[in-house]
Design a protein around this ligand. Structure first.
Ligand SMILES: Nc1nc2c(ncn2[C@@H]2O[C@H](COP(=O)(O)OP(=O)(O)OP(=O)(O)O)[C@@H](O)[C@H]2O)c(=O)[nH]1
Ligand SMILES: [Mg+2]
Length: 695
């Protein structure tokens, strides 16, 4: 790969709904620039970008891939992201490092939910935006309808301006009209062949050229004057267009068919011409890691080095690979950098540029470029690496919180260690994937954005780490408490030849707010239970509280007061008093109106207004209590509700089907509440049955 100065680099994210041809367009770009000699197909698993076995198996992108394309003296660092909603974590890193986004939509379907979602995620990001209307060759493809859907569905702040139009409709598509140069392009194996605009699209081309000229002129007062005087030249249009695209006032629309290799080269051309170089978007916000003081980092190759890690993967041969955007300076192999997040040095040995799974080593990487380094020891995704003499830290990348959890069980006993090693590696690679151990249910819980993401981790555990696992719906971490009070006595006495056992306690059991979990009160007077055995009574009650009498769940919200008892000078012991206390507790609790508690979550759902009724109805059927509804101003509604955990274990899947993928939600643990009697009954029965089977 040649060396490129910062002015010749374009960092471009490919975003859009699944299956709109992002990966196929990358492939066409590589083929048309002769980087590959065969045009791979997603369906056959032969593309450069979708090379991972998970991707070839499913015929879709799952991971973001760096695909550098060398075109017209520029390097286009394409980051091909997955469109499927489970993989939003792959997009969030990319949104932090690109100056340009190409948003794909199909000419057949127009704007779909995947595009809506990523558009929203990109809302506050300073970048240039292009639209690419792909699949022009599909039956019922309708460029103008798709174009209309952009303004209709997306909240676009600038002007959406076609700079190309299709020639020929649907299966008859032949090429494109270039509205800047006012010429036609047909494509010979991907290579554009220039020609005259065909007569049947000329009138439409003139009409859209006029719109383009007006928008381009609108970026500059001098140009607007020329426009009204009828003196605007093609060069003026190019200047105005470049300015509008850079400042975000113009959002150009291009088109093509990746399938027929139409439009990929003209897209590269537009990116090379109009997409901003990495230093065109100004300085980058950062902080001084020791003082917290804000600083601005200049994307200048001559400055000290700084870089943001936006992706981490593991290569079976090379090991850990960290993908970085160089934010300032020039990085050379064999450098020692400072990790501002982990506050330690990191040695960077070789610099690599990956294109799909293949890589080549490079001698340096300048500010603005995207590069991969191997074998960093402590650095993870979202960390900043920098020159020690100028420490900086970039704000962390915000990743989607998990929305769905599953319990994971290794199929063969003894695989637990391999499982935890595998899971730890996957957490490194996927910032939206989490794991924790539920101490109440004693299950290992993996969490992510959706079910497909979790199923893929299961495949990966098997393929990469040789562990086969089952996924199950997590058990709900119920708890137990009491609503009443009682007094209870238990005498534990055993005479077995030699030294016996003697412990005698009288307890008052009472309910306290469950948040306090447990209180022990010593009300002994006159030393009827000696001081040294009082902690034994406390310990005995605590032990009994780990397993409630109703369904074996931990008990909370109990005050135990020891008000009387007796002892034996020889036979009393710590253990005897512990046992006496435990037994007294178990005996007394059934008289204190024990109840089952369940975790309640605060749920916020955001949906377009048209889905509000369905979402609320569904919430009611889940024993949810609506707390409030707020219009968000953009046709979206926020609905807040309290819902039991047991009812929303699969909400990520259910909300998606309820709202055709348009709804999003977030969850926060709220508190434990009583399970209604008719719901509690089967849970208690099931627990009793399980216990019987165990014993
Ligand atoms: N007819 C037609 N099919 C296309 C076109 N572009 C892509 N396809 C097909 O559509 C399917 C999806 O294409 P991809 O390139 O994988 O789409 P993507 O946007 O990368 O999809 P995700 O990675 O899942 O987000 C594949 O079977 C492609 O062959 C096109 O222009 N026309
Ligand atoms: Mg793809």
């Amino acid at each position: 790969m040649k060396k490129y100065g910062i002015d010749k680099i374009r960092n471009v994210g490919f975003f859009g709904h699944g299956g709109t041809g992002k990966t196929s367009t990358c492939e066409a770009m590589l083929f048309n620039t002769k980087a590959i000699d065969r045009l791979g197909k997603v369906t056959e698993g032969t593309t450069v970008s979708d090379f991972d076995p998970d991707e070839t198996k499913r015929g879709m992108s799952i991971y973001t891939t760096h695909v550098p394309v060398e075109y017209d003296l520029c390097k286009l660092n394409i980051l091909d992201t997955p469109g499927f909603l489970d993989f939003v974590g792959q997009i969030q890193g990319v949104l932090r490092v690109v100056e340009t986004g190409v948003f794909f939509l199909s000419a057949q379907a127009g704007v779909e939910v995947g595009l809506e979602r990523v558009w929203k995620m990109a809302e506050d990001i300073n970048m240039s935006r292009f639209f690419f209307i792909n699949c022009l060759d599909k039956e019922n493809a309708d460029f103008l309808k798709a174009l209309e859907s952009i303004d209709k569905i997306l909240k676009v702040s600038g002007t959406v301006v076609p700079i190309q139009l299709p020639i020929g409709k649907a299966t008859e598509v032949k090429g494109i009209v270039d509205l800047v140069e006012m010429c036609a392009y047909t494509f010979n194996n991907g290579t554009p062949v220039r020609g005259e605009i065909p007569a049947d699209v000329k009138a439409m081309a003139d009409q859209y050229r006029e719109k383009l000229a007006e928008s381009a002129a609108g970026t500059d007062e001098n140009l607007i004057e020329k426009f009204f005087d009828g003196k605007l030249t093609q060069e003026d249009i190019v200047v105005g267009l470049a300015k509008g695209i850079k400042t975000g006032t113009i959002l150009p629309v291009l088109c093509g068919s990746a399938f027929k290799n139409i439009g990929a080269t003209t897209l590269m051309d537009a990116l090379a011409k109009y997409a901003p170089a990495p230093d065109a978007m100004g300085d980058i916000a950062a902080v001084n890691p020791s003082s917290g003081e804000e600083i601005r980092v200049k994307p200048d190759p001559a400055d000290p080095v700084s870089a943001l890690v936006f992706k981490t993967t593991t290569d079976p041969y090379v090991g850990r690979l960290s993908v970085l955007k160089i934010c300032s300076g020039t990085l050379k192999p064999d450098s020692v950098l400072y990790n501002a997040n982990k506050e330690t040095d990191e040695k960077v040995s070789g610099l690599m540029v990956f294109r799909g799974k293949n890589h080549e080593n490079v001698e340096e990487a300048v500010a603005g470029d995207i590069i991969t380094v191997a074998k960093l020891s402590v650095t993870g995704t979202s960390d900043t690496l920098c020159a020690k003499e100028r420490p900086v830290k970039f704000p962390p990348i915000k990743f989607q919180d998990p929305l769905m959890s599953m319990a994971v069980y290794p199929k063969s006993k003894g695989d637990e260690d391999k499982l935890s090693v595998g899971i730890a590696k996957m957490i490194e690679e996927d910032p939206t994937f989490k794991v924790h151990r539920d101490t109440v249910t004693r299950e290992t819980i993996i969490s992510g954005v959706g079910d497909l993401q979790l199923l893929i981790t299961v495949d990966k555990l098997k393929r990469k780490f040789g562990v086969e696992v089952d996924l199950q719906t997590p058990k709900v971490a119920y708890k137990e408490t009491i609503k009443g009070a009682t007094k209870v006595e238990h005498k534990y006495k055993k005479q077995t030849g030699g030294r016996g056992q003697y412990g005698h306690v009288c307890l008052e059991l009472d309910s306290i707010p469950q948040e306090k979990e447990y209180e022990f009160v010593d009300k002994i007077v006159g030393g009827v239970v000696p001081k040294n055995f009082i902690p034994s009574v406390d310990k005995g009650v605590r032990k009994a509280m780990t397993e409630g009498v109703l369904a074996g769940y931990p008990v909370v919200g109990v005050r135990a007061a020891l008000y009387f008892g007796s002892y034996h000078t020889v036979d009393s012991s710590d253990m005897a008093f512990q046992i006496a206390a435990s037994m007294a507790f178990k005996k007394g609790i059934p008289d204190c109106k024990p109840i089952l508690l369940e975790p309640i979550y605060e749920l916020e759902v955001i949906v377009p207004e048209s889905f509000m009724g369905d979402v609320i109805g569904d919430m009611n059927s889940r024993r949810g209590r609506i707390l409030g509804m707020d219009p968000l101003g953009d046709g979206q509604q926020s609905i807040k509700a309290l819902v039991p955990q047991a009812e929303i274990q699969k909400y990520a899947i259910d909300l998606r089907s309820l709202t055709q993928g348009r709804g999003t939600f977030s969850l926060k643990f709220f508190k434990y509440e009583e399970v209604p009697a008719q719901v509690a009954e089967p849970i208690i029965e099931a627990a009793k049955k399980e216990k019987q089977e165990e014993s």
